[in-house]
Design a protein around this ligand. Structure first.
Ligand SMILES: [Zn+2]
Ligand SMILES: [Zn+2]
Length: 103
């Protein structure tokens, strides 16, 4: 797997604003979970195409946000991270303080 969604993997909080009122949307989950279907990956890819979003090509993950004020759901496109981006995000290796090393 060379691309993964940072929101699905807990690397980033779901932060989308309602396009109507600007309030933060509640995370209603991934689009596919939302429909209650635990389909194998092949079928998920098919459903992606059926949505009319060519997100498989662009490595986007579709999330559903719920605005409690408008009582309306909104579709958000989360950009998936490549393994290179993941690598860049990881914190640098711990370097012990030079002063602590015994002489
Ligand atoms: Zn996701
Ligand atoms: Zn709203």
């Amino acid at each position: 797997m060379d691309h993964l969604c940072p929101v699905c993997n807990g690397l980033m909080p779901y932060q989308e604003a309602c396009p109507r009122c600007g309030r933060p949307l509640d995370d209603a989950g991934r689009l596919y979970d939302y429909y209650g279907d635990y389909s194998p990956y092949l079928e998920i890819d098919d459903s992606k195409l059926n949505n009319g979003f060519p997100d498989r090509l662009h490595h986007h993950c579709l999330h559903v946000g719920w605005c409690p004020a408008c009582r309306q759901e909104h579709l958000s496109v989360i950009e998936e991270w490549s393994s290179q981006a993941l690598h860049d995000q990881s914190p640098p290796p711990f370097t012990p303080d030079a002063g602590e090393s015994p002489r």
